[in-house]
Design a protein around this ligand. Structure first.
Ligand SMILES: NC(=O)c1ccc[n+]([C@@H]2O[C@H](COP(=O)([O-])OP(=O)(O)OC[C@H]3O[C@@H](n4cnc5c(N)ncnc54)[C@H](O)[C@@H]3O)[C@@H](O)[C@H]2O)c1
Ligand SMILES: N[C@H](C(=O)O)[C@H](O)COP(=O)(O)O
Length: 323
C-alpha cells in the first residue's frame, strides 16, 4: 500500500486541536500524507505565536467567517461554525475517495447549540451520517481497549438503554473490528456489570441477572471462538491492566465514565479513540478541547500522533483483512 492519505479535521479552533496538529506534523518522516482541514488563519497565527513551522497547507473552511472572532478557550458561534464545517469537509474528503481515513482533533460538543444543533460527539454524527446502527465507541491504549455500550448519555437514562440486543450488537461489532483494525482474532473479552459488585447476586440491582448474563450466554452460543467472561465488577477489573500483560483484548463497559475512567487513568495521552462499525475509518485523540490551556503551547500532541499512526496501521490491516 502506498502512503495513505489522512484527512485531519482540526476540531474546535478555540481549543488545542490546531496546536496538536501543528506539533504532530512537525516530525520529519510521516508515514502518511496529511490533508488538514480548518481555519487557515488560526493555524498561521498559532504557528507564529508558538514558533512551530507549519509544514502543510490548510483547506480553509472560513469563507464568509471572521476567524479573528475565535478567541482561545471561549465559546463563540464562529468557533461552532468552523468546527462543524471542518468535520463535514474532512468527511467529504473520505467519502469522495480523496482520503483513506479521517483523524479528528477534539471539538467542543456544547458549542453546537450556538448554531442551532444538538450537543453531540463525533461518534453519534458519524453513526447518523453512515446509517450505522452497529457503531461502537472504543478507546484503545497500549494494553487496554474499552468499548462502550452507551456513549454520551445522561447517567439517569443508562439502565434503560442497557438492553440485550444493544449489548449483543456492541460485542459483535467489537469482535469483527478487533480482527479488521487490530488483527486480533479469537479475542478474550471481559464484560462489565452495571451495578456495584456486578449486582452482588441481585442484592444491588437486577440488570446483571436479567439482561447482561443472558446476553453473554447468547453471544457465547453464537461465537464459540470468542472467550467472553463476566459480568465483572467494574471497580476491580481495571487493576488487572496495571501489569505488562493485558489479560483481555477488550473490555466492554456499560456506560461512558465506567469505561473511560478506567482507560484514562491508565493510558491518558497514550490512547486513541476509534469508531468501530462504520464503512469508513475514523480515529481521534483520547482527550478534549482543553480550553484551559488553549493556544498556550502547553498541549501534549502524543495522543494525536498515536491517532494518526493508528489510522495508518488500521488502514493497512483493513486492506489485508479484505483480501
Ligand atoms: N474527541 C473529541 O472530540 C473529544 C474528546 C473528549 C472530550 N471532548 C470535549 O472536549 C471538551 C472539554 O472536555 P473535558 O474538559 O472534559 O476534557 P479535556 O480532555 O479537554 O480536559 C481535561 C484536562 O486534561 C487536560 N488536557 C487534555 N488534553 C490535553 C493535552 N493534549 N495536553 C495537555 N493537557 C491536556 C486539560 O487541560 C484539562 O485540564 C468537552 O466539550 C468534551 O465533550 C471532545
Ligand atoms: N467520549 C470521548 C472521550 O471522553 O474521550 C469523547 O467525548 C469523544 O467523543 P467523540 O469521539 O464522539 O467526539
Amino acid at each position: 500500500m502506498s502512503r495513505p492519505i489522512l484527512a485531519l479535521s482540526a476540531g474546535d479552533p478555540a481549543g488545542i486541536g490546531p496546536e496538536i496538529i501543528l506539533k504532530a506534523l512537525s516530525t520529519p518522516h510521516l508515514e502518511f500524507e496529511p490533508l488538514v482541514v480548518g481555519s487557515e488563519e488560526v493555524f498561521r497565527h498559532l504557528s507564529k505565536k508558538l514558533g512551530i513551522q507549519q509544514s502543510f497547507e490548510v483547506l480553509d473552511v472560513c469563507e464568509g467567517l471572521d476567524p479573528d472572532a475565535v478567541l482561545p478557550g471561549q465559546a463563540s458561534a464562529t468557533s461552532a461554525e468552523i468546527q462543524e464545517r471542518t468535520f463535514a469537509q474532512a468527511l467529504d474528503l473520505v467519502d469522495s475517495g480523496r482520503a483513506d481515513a479521517i483523524v479528528t482533533a477534539p471539538w467542543t460538543k456544547s458549542l453546537r447549540p450556538l448554531i442551532g444543533l444538538e450537543a453531540s460527539g463525533h461518534t453519534e454524527i458519524l453513526a447518523a451520517r453512515y446509517n450505522a446502527p452497529n457503531h461502537v465507541m472504543m478507546l484503545a491504549g497500549p494494553r487496554l481497549r474499552v468499548a462502550l455500550v452507551t456513549t454520551h448519555l445522561a447517567l439517569r437514562a443508562v439502565p434503560d438503554a442497557v438492553v440485550g440486543p444493544k449489548i449483543e450488537r456492541v460485542v459483535r461489532t467489537c469482535v469483527e473490528d478487533l480482527a479488521r483494525f487490530f488483527g486480533v482474532t479469537r479475542p478474550k473479552i471481559a464484560m462489565l456489570g452495571l451495578n456495584p459488585h456486578a449486582g452482588e447476586n441481585g442484592h444491588m440491582g437486577m440488570e446483571e441477572i436479567e439482561t447482561i448474563t443472558p446476553a453473554i450466554e447468547r453471544l457465547r452460543a453464537q461465537m464459540p471462538d470468542v472467550a467472553l467472561s463476566g459480568p465483572h465488577p467494574a471497580d476491580t477489573l481495571f487493576a488487572k491492566f496495571h501489569g505488562q500483560e493485558a489479560p483481555y483484548d477488550a473490555v466492554i463497559a456499560m456506560y461512558h465514565d465506567q469505561g473511560l475512567v478506567g482507560l484514562k487513568s491508565i493510558h491518558f495521552g497514550q490512547a486513541i479513540n476509534i469508531t468501530l462499525g462504520l464503512p469508513i475509518l475514523r480515529t481521534s485523540v483520547d482527550h478534549g478541547s482543553a480550553w484551559d490551556i488553549a493556544w498556550q503551547g502547553r498541549a501534549n500532541a502524543e495522543s494525536m500522533r498515536y491517532a494518526m499512526d493508528a489510522a495508518v496501521e488500521c488502514a493497512r490491516l483493513r486492506s489485508e483483512y479484505a483480501r
